[in-house]
Each structure stands twice: as structure tokens, then as C-alpha cells.
Write a new protein. Sequence first.
Length: 625
Amino acid sequence: MVSSESLPRSEYPRPQWRRADWLCLNGTWAFAFDDHDAGERDSWQVRFPPDALPGQITVPFPYQAHLSGIGERAVHPIVWYRRTLTVPNAWLQRRLLLHFGAADFRADVWLNGQLLGSHEGGYTPFTFDVTDAIAGFSGAAGAIGAAGENILVVRCEDQPSDEQPRGKQDVREHRPYWFAATTGLWQTVWLEPVGAGIDNPYLESCLIIPDLASGGFRLRPHLTARPDGLRITVTASLEGFPAGQIEMDEAGEALLTVSEQRLWSPDTPHLYDLRFRLLRGETVVDEVEAYAGLREIAIRGREILLNGRPVYQRQVLDQGYWPDGLYTAPSDAALRRDVELTKRLGFNGARKHQKVEDPRWLYWCDRLGLLVWDEMAGNLEDTPRARQWLHREWLGVVRRDANHPCVVAWVPFNESWGIRDVATNPETQAYVKAVVAATREIDPTRPVVDNSGWTHVDTDIADSHNYEPAAVLFLDSWQRFHQGNSAERDCVLRSWDGLHQDRAWYGRAYAKPLFAKGHAYDGQPIMVTEWGGFFLEGAGDVAPILRQRRGVEPDEAAFLARYAEMIAAFDSLPDLAGDCWTQLTDIEDEPNGLLTEDRQPKVDPDRIAEINRRGMRYRRRVTMA
């Protein structure tokens, strides 16, 4: 690696697929707003205006974030970036890849005046092979900088459109219950040499599938060209000790068995380090390091199984915003601390809500042990273009995150955002089914929750969003179920199933059908994946309508008592598979976090943890009985 420790977010950005040599391109870039879309007309890609204002930005923070050096929330739909870069001489005889972690929403990229290409989608990474455009390479075209100096220009367009997958990003400067938007570059940009020479193929990716029955991992490496005359070796180690090795003569699927099987779970997040080598004879053509967790997530009737045993998911809703960086965490340590705080509060899982998170957060969930629901940021308008954008980008998210053992569920839609008529429209239902089918085709090993909250069409988990106090809709029925005779239990069970066919309560204000017309509950596990959301007096301004719907507790003791009452209600339902408190941190107009925006506890975290864990211990006793 070329030294970049002084740069913001200088840690390697793709921990699941790491190379030793790379150049971090974060830091200060020239920057300009382009509200009148004059940039391309005036050829900013080759003549960037020297008097552009505000003039500079700190990448990878969006201009709306204070850490960018700008911190302006006004809507500017088009922005431009420019910087110079010099490639180490030792890299000039290798293929060079330019990577972008994420740029919201559309990015056009030029190097030395040459258009490299474009990318649409604010949450997925993209890469360009820049070998032929680099100044100093014998075949370089369009080199316009000084000798060896390269000029990189990026134009990002982020229209305030509800067609774009944007989650809870606001389309205006500010509206209640919507959060500051993220425009442009918001994850790391970096340059990476690959392979031992320009004409050699290199390892592009590998799908790593845990296989507990076989005692190892099924590997599907992907090369950029046919590996004629080459072979791939993969070695596994565990805590520094050799654990397995395999050699492949060609790309395909192979099984890497490990000598010592240690399963990954939130309590024991064991990870195997993997080293991939592409060889010609004994010469290393390419080398990549990765890691994997040996674990299995499965459905058995109403139960969710982790490594063959029932697991109750006590989740927290996590929206991934920071007061100074917005979508972009201020540091890798901040991402790690969020995971540590989640576990300290006694949760074993997080539902990442309406945001596709930085891969470094998933890395810390893998490393520290946290179950994750990976959810797509939704769009709000249903048009053919909106569907195309979401479908394409969501599948990119699944491919990006498929190797993370922490991810235990895929969630392409939330609360019918972008699919408003799914309850009754067969054509919209067919669209949802197509997205679910494509998700399962990429990854058949994890459950898919089609539309979190209500109006399910094709789901492996029947989840509901419910803000009623003490789960009044179903607590009494389930208590009778466990106290009554077998005939009464069967009757109550049918009533429970019927309730979940008919309606899912978001609160007393309104109810939603849990299943779309023509679809019904079919014995899936049931989870309440949004609940609570009540407030602590004095911890932030609460809108009157939210005060009325969810309530404000006067002090910490009252807050903890109500929280404990809810947990007790959920824990009295042995067939419930999980719940999710809303939410981890305060965010702008939503002061209902257990933590403030700057991650300070609002109530004693040890008390919350004890309530959470006490319920989990009770559940284990009931399950064993």
C-alpha cells in the first residue's frame, strides 16, 4: 500500500477481497456545484473552472456533511470533482483498476480527458480499468497532465427524484421525518494494481458459500479471462494456524474443507482467513486475501435456525446516520463502535433500515458477531424506470454482500415503498415476485423478506411492524394459547394465523393487510421488526402526532419499565422468531434512539442489556423444555 494514513477513511475499503498494493484517493479534491448543467457543455472534464466555489471538498464525505468542509443542505443536483494523481512507477507494467465504493446517484468519470464510463445507483461499487488512460503507460491515450501526472474528473448527478432508490434521503432542503440527502461520492475512491503483468488475467471475485454438511466452503472464483495454463490455490487458516488447502486447475466450483470446524455465531464469531493465488508454474500472477464464516441460516416451520439450532433475533433498527458525516461514518472506529454499542445493549442483530451500508460496517459485524438484515433503500414512485433502477441495483447489493456471514436475510422492499398498490394489483405483485426470485437465484442460502412490515407476496419470514403498547393485539391470545387445553390452543393458533392473514397493525392510527390479496400466511416464522419507538422526555423535540401515537416517558425509570414490559410481552410468545426495537440512535427529527446522535446513552445501557438478555435466557429455557 502507498502510505495514506493521514487521509480520511484510509482503511482498506473492501475487507472481503483485499490486495496488498493500493492507493487511497480520499482527501481534498477540487469541487463545484453545477446547478445549470453547464459543465459538460463547457468541457469541465478537461478545463475545470479555477474559480469554482466552494472550491474544495473532503472525499469521501458528501457536500451536505460538515466533514466534507462544506456542510450545505440545499439541493444541488449536479456536482463535479477533480484531482490529480501519480501512479507509482512499479505499477505501470500491471493492470490498474480505479474503484469507487459508492456515488449517489449517477457518476460519469474521466481520466486525462478520456471518458471511462458511467454508473447509476447510489449504493453499489463500480470499477474502471484505467491502464490505457494512465499517463506514463506506453499505450496511454489523452494524457493531459505533467509527466506522470493524471487528472481525474467525476461528475455526479443526484436529482431530487422519488424514482431513484434513496431511502430516507430528503428531496428538499428539509422536511420533518426525512433526513439530509447524500449527493455524490460518499465512500472511498482508490487505485489498485492487479496481476503480474498487463496481459495476464486476474482474480476478479469469488463467491464463498459455507457448507456445514461438507465441513467447509464451496468456492466459485471468477477470473477476467480463461485460466489457460494457470491454476488457483486457496489456503485457509484459523487464528494463524493452517486449516485447509485446495488447488483448482480452472475456474468453476470447488470444495475447500477445513480441518477444524468452528462455527460462526454472534457469541462465537469465528472467521477463517483465506488466501487466493493465481499461479503460472510457481510464479504468482495474482494474489488476494479474503475471509469467511462457517455458518448456516435456515427456516424450519415457524423457527429460524442458525447452525441447525433455533435462534431468536433480538434486533435493533439501525439507519446508519452520523451528525457530522451523514451517510459516511467519520472513521472506521466509529463503525466498529456502533457494532460494539449494539452488542453492549444486549442485541444480537441489527436491521439496517433503508440504507445499504458501507462494507466496513459489515466487516465489523462479521468480526464482532452481529446478525444483519440487509435492506435496500427504497424509491417512493412506481414507474418503469424506478423499477428498473431498484431491481438492478438491489441485485448488485446482493452480489456485493453475499460473502458476509453476518447477513442472514435479504429485504428488497419496506412498507410497500415504491410498490404502493401491491396489496391489490397482480402486476405489482408479479414485479415483487420477480425481484424475490432473482434474489434467491443469486443466493439460495438465506431467507428473503419480500416487503418488510406488511402486504407480503412471497416471503420466507412473515414480519410485521407494530407500535402498539405491550403487543395488545396478540399477547392475550398467546397467553391463552399456552395456558389452555389442546383444543383451545388449536383454536387460538387458527385465530393468530387468521389475524396475520388479515391485518398488520402499525399502530392505532391504521392497519395494513399482512398479505396481499390472493396470498395468505403459510406457516412462516413470525417477527415484529419494528416496535416501540417511544421517547424519553427531554431527550429531543417530539412532534405532537408522535407524542400521541407512541408516548413520551417522563424519566429513565418509566422508560425502562415500559421497555421491559414490551420485552416481556414478546418473550411470552415462544413461537415468535424475533423483534426489532426502533431505534439505535436519534436522527434529526427522530429522537427515539437508545443513543443520541453522537452515540451517547440516553438510559443506562447495562439495564437495557439485562432486560434484553433476561428475555433471551427465558426463551432458551422454554425451548429446551
